[in-house]
Design a binder for this molecule. Structure first.
Ligand code: C2O
Ligand code: CU
Ligand code: CU
Length: 551
């Protein structure tokens, strides 16, 4: 364990050093202005120009002392002020509303004491605008994003992506929404304004002084953080007051590693209208929906069927098989803590991070496991309402990829989850035995531009196995097949009916023993993007690799 954190610290120091030593743009004076990454260009003409200051703040979350958080403080520079709003009452956000075709300029100002960069999750932006950690900016620096919104209407989000800092920065509050609309969506007539509600679901753990605990212990650094209470839009015991009408609920799982199995408490089925990449072709009804970290789902929730004064809740139901054979590893983890005596080293750069001492951590890590039943939020039906939209049976024209059109139809490009472990360094997740190296691209990670391919993600690492929400940058894909090894069928069956694979996805849950096939085509920009596990502790621990899209 000592080595593990020493290594983390070295990586973090190297990141600092490279930022301090060679500013990414200033010293390349012979390049034309347009090639300078992270600098504004004179002829860009943004339709919306905002700045986001990543900074710290103190906010009341639970009764008692305020909690230290990180937050993006937005400021409108040019454009329509209604396009940028706070998430009501929250340190999360802001919510940026964009139209397809908009030209967005976002100036990120880093007021943190550590590197950061923003990634636009789910959006098809040029590689230099995508928040690759090679573009990290240090404390006090600025990065200017400029890109055109080419994406379908949908619920996208943005969050930090500085390698080694992503998990703690997201955990402490850096996460916003980018809601894209377009003419196709307008024509559908979905609930809008007050009836279109973003809901960011995250689990957290507080100490006695109301401060976020992160990470509670070393095994959560390897397995993923799990909190003991659920916040929605940054607030505990979230209660949504609704009218008797239809709502569009945009759910984002912004948790570091917890997966939810969402269902209404009264057994009403969920009506799903959109996934990561926007509207489905038609609404899809599910008894429950699984939502893994990074994934979004949009629900059509019609509360007109309830009597005034009724209360229902959105629950996360119990499921099994999220991890297999991991108990033994966490026992080894705690023994390692013990061997160190005293306090563990603080990971460099994460000011709020705290490690419990060997005696304290037992209680501190007492969070319900991934798959435990938990309440997500309440809904109270409090107002009559005469008018409501009607659920359309057609939502969008969904182009469906076909396997026979894939250039490699019979031989999927395969990415297999791998794990390396040792008593000294603990457990490190990766793909095909490889972990993140800033500029490393293996042969099988070079992908042809503008070419439909079939990929297969394989999660067969037994005897030790975990669920992994896998995410690919710069693209939306379609899932065409899932299967599981017989020994892992029970866990898989406790979640599989909640997969919504009917639309565009950028993140997908892969359970232990599962294989997933998907059709994918990068047709926006050549260059380097990332694929990684959206369990943020896995990502920071190296479960991330580059993809090079080659023209
Ligand atoms: Cu939301 Cu690379 O991640
Ligand atoms: Cu992403
Ligand atoms: Cu993972």
């Amino acid at each position: 364990m000592i080595l593990k954190y020493a290594r983390l610290a070295a990586v973090a120091m190297a990141a600092f050093a490279s930022i301090a030593g060679c500013p990414p743009t200033e010293e390349t004076g012979n390049q034309p202005t347009t090639d300078r990454v992270g600098q504004p260009t004179a002829d860009f003409n943004p339709s919306l120009d905002v700045s986001l200051k990543a900074t710290s703040d103190q906010v009341p979350i639970i009764p008692g002392p305020a909690t230290s958080v990180l937050t993006y403080k937005p400021e409108l520079i040019t454009g329509d002020a209604s396009r940028i709003a706070s998430l009501p009452g929250s340190y999360l956000g802001p919510v940026i509303r964009a139209r397809r075709g908009d030209r967005l300029r976002v100036r990120l100002i880093n007021e943190l004491s550590e590197p950061t960069i923003i990634h636009w999750h789910g959006m098809r932006v040029p590689p230099e605008m995508d928040g690759h950690p090679r573009y990290n900016i240090g404390a006090g620096e600025e990065f200017v994003y400029e890109f055109e919104v080419r994406d379908r209407a949908g619920t996208y989000w943005f969050h930090p992506h500085a390698h080694g800092f992503t998990a703690s920065q997201v955990y402490r509050g850096l996460a916003g929404l980018l809601l894209v609309s377009d003419e196709q969506e307008d024509a559908v007539g979905l609930p809008s304004g007050d009836y279109d509600i973003p809901l960011v679901i995250q689990d957290r753990m507080f100490d006695d002084e109301n401060q976020f605990i992160y990470p509670p212990n070393s095994s959560m650094m390897m397995d993923g953080f799990l909190g003991d209470r659920i916040l929605v839009n940054g607030r505990p015991d979230y209660a949504l007051s609704v009218a008797k009408r239809a709502y569009r609920l945009r759910l984002l799982n912004g948790s570091n590693s917890r997966t939810y199995k969402l269902a209404w408490s009264d057994g009403t089925p969920l009506m799903v209208i959109a996934t990561d990449g926007g509207l489905l072709g038609r609404p899809v009804q599910r008894d429950y929906v699984t939502l893994a970290p990074g994934e979004r789902i949009e629900l059509w929730a019609d509360f007109s069927q309830y009597a005034l004064g009724s209360e229902i809740s959105l629950e996360s139901l119990a499921f099994s098989g999220a991890d297999v054979g991991m108990d033994m590893m966490s026992m080894m983890g705690s023994r390692d803590d013990g061997m160190m005596g005293g306090h563990m080293m603080k990971p460099v750069g994460s000011g709020a991070a705290q490690m419990m001492d060997s005696d304290g951590h037992g209680e501190m890590s007492d969070a319900p496991p991934n798959g435990a039943a938990m309440r997500v939020m309440h809904v109270r039906v409090e107002r009559e309402e005469a008018i409501s939209e009607v659920l359309p049976d057609k939502l969008s024209e969904l182009i469906e990829y076909r396997l026979e059109d894939a250039s490699n139809a019979g031989t999927p490009r395969r990415f297999s989850v791998s794990v390396a472990m040792s008593m000294m360094s603990g457990m490190q997740w990766g793909f095909d035995g490889l972990t993140f190296q800033q500029d490393d691209v293996a042969d099988h990670e070079v992908v042809p531009f503008n070419t439909l391919e079939v990929w297969e993600f394989v999660n067969e690492t037994a005897p030790m196995a975990m669920n992994h929400p896998l995410h690919v940058h710069g693209v939306q894909f379609q899932v065409i097949d899932r299967s599981v090894m017989p020994d892992f069928a029970a866990g898989w069956e406790s979640v599989r009916d909640g997969y919504v694979d009917n639309g565009w996805k950028d993140t997908l849950l892969v359970m232990p023993g599962e294989r997933v096939k998907l059709l994918i085509q990068f047709s926006d920009f050549p260059g380097e993007y990332l694929y990684h596990c959206h369990n943020l502790e896995h990502e920071d621990g190296g479960m991330m690799r580059n993809i090079r899209v080659d023209r």
